[in-house]
Design a binder for this molecule. Structure first.
Ligand SMILES: Cc1cc2nc3c(=O)[nH]c(=O)nc-3n(C[C@H](O)[C@H](O)[C@H](O)COP(=O)(O)O)c2cc1C
Length: 379
């Protein structure tokens, strides 16, 4: 797979992590065709170089989801990120804050949302609606109480599909490790030592809702309680129960985007979960123009899945996104180098976005969006 600007960090992350965690990050559903398509779709677009325009100042300031960021990049919610490096999600939040970008907190975050909100960084809480609505209500109340002003409802996970790498590695049954799994973990003593600094890890964000006492047991228990009957009425329920920013993540068609806009959401994430859910699904970039045309300026659009280069970001903005999010790239950065690694991932992307915009004669994000397809070349 082409890891783009993050190839070195990805290699380092794979060395530092036990195989089953590296594979958990890298892998996708079924034949991983969606994952591959997410990348190959970007390769079909170029950005057209323009000459003799004053590009002495390139401003990446972005407005999205009622927030202002220093660049059009958001750290996507990623489950168990706190297992990948002892700096954990807090380290990532500090890196995001230092670079002026936002971050999503996964339901399956090792650090609880309260701890992440206390960093002072503008984080958004990603939630799943569980069968027991009282628990979802409690998560909303907790978010409100700790000053989190935006939530992201992920809607592409009604079930968790087979991910062959995880099956091969027995990832979901790690609570009772086999000899091979033990050997794989113990082969990475630095990682084990880092992880054990704070005692045996738990999924801190949902610890109170489960009687399971280890990360995998807790994750299995909560994932099994995600409500597969979730429908549009539930989104209306959520809108009534949450007055802050509400974003729906995992929208892939104009019809669903319009229904979400009608339900009063503030934003959408056009996402196929980085190829981890539906396989084969279309690439997010391929469905973006239709969705952007359908919703117009009614809601903000973020795109994720396969962003690995600055040119990918500029292409997505020109095709209708207000911003993008990255999943694996920041997690590789975290696993490779803790908070510094996450900051480096953001800086890498920022530099490349700046390069591409300057060479395209585009000085701010609004100009990229306004130029639209005129800034692009379809190969
Ligand atoms: C290891 C891993 C765990 C993830 N966990 C979650 C999660 O808990 N909630 C969620 O909404 N998305 C989750 N995602 C999906 C990301 O938020 C995002 O949509 C995806 O990673 C984007 O694709 P990319 O990795 O190619 O950038 C996860 C992704 C990865 C790689």
């Amino acid at each position: 797979m082409d890891d783009g600007a993050f190839a070195a960090a990805a290699r380092k992350a794979r060395r530092r992590l036990p195989r089953l965690f590296a594979d958990y990050i890298d892998g996708g559903a079924h034949g991983e065709r969606t994952m591959a398509r997410n990348r190959s779709s970007f390769a079909q677009w170029g950005v057209v170089p323009r000459a003799l325009r004053d590009v002495s100042t390139v401003d990446l300031t972005t407005r999205c989801f009622n927030r202002t960021w220093k660049l059009p990049v958001f750290l996507a919610p990623v489950g168990f990120a706190g297992m990948f490096h002892h700096h954990g999600e807090c380290g990532a939040a500090h890196a995001a804050g230092s670079r002026g970008v936002g971050m999503g907190i996964s339901t399956f975050s090792i650090a609880p949302m309260e701890t992440l909100a206390a960093t002072g960084v503008d984080v958004m809480a990603q939630i799943y609606v569980l069968r027991d609505r009282a628990l979802t209500r409690d998560m909303l109340a907790r978010a409100r109480a700790c000053g989190i002003s935006g939530i992201i409802l992920t809607v592409d996970t009604a079930i968790t599909p087979v991910r062959e790498r995880d099956v091969r590695n027995g990832f979901r049954h790690l609570s009772r490790p086999t000899l091979w799994q033990m050997a794989s973990l113990l082969n990475h003593p630095a990682w084990v030592a880092g992880l054990m600094r704070g005692g045996m890890p738990v999924v801190g964000n949902v610890d109170a809702y489960t009687t399971a006492r280890n990360v995998m047991g807790q994750a299995r228990d909560i994932a099994a309680r995600i409500d597969p009957t979730l429908g549009w009425d539930d989104l209306a329920w959520l809108r009534e129960n949450w007055s802050g920013t509400l974003v729906v993540k995992g929208v892939m068609t104009p019809e669903d985007a319009l229904r979400a806009a009608d339900a009063g959401v503030d934003g959408l994430v056009v996402s196929n979960h980085g190829g981890r859910q539906m396989d084969p699904a279309p690439a997010t970039l391929d469905v973006l123009p239709g969705i952007a045309a359908a919703v117009g300026e009614r809601v903000d659009i973020m795109l994720d899945s396969g962003i690995r280069r600055g040119g990918d970001v500029v292409t997505a903005l020109a095709l209708g996104a207000h911003a993008v999010s990255i999943g694996r790239p920041w997690v590789w950065g975290l696993a490779a180098g803790g908070a510094t690694g996450v900051a480096a991932a953001i800086d890498t992307l920022a530099q490349e976005i700046r390069d591409v915009m300057a060479l395209a004669g585009l000085c701010d994000i609004q100009s990229v969006r306004a130029a639209g397809r005129t800034a692009l070349w379809r190969f």
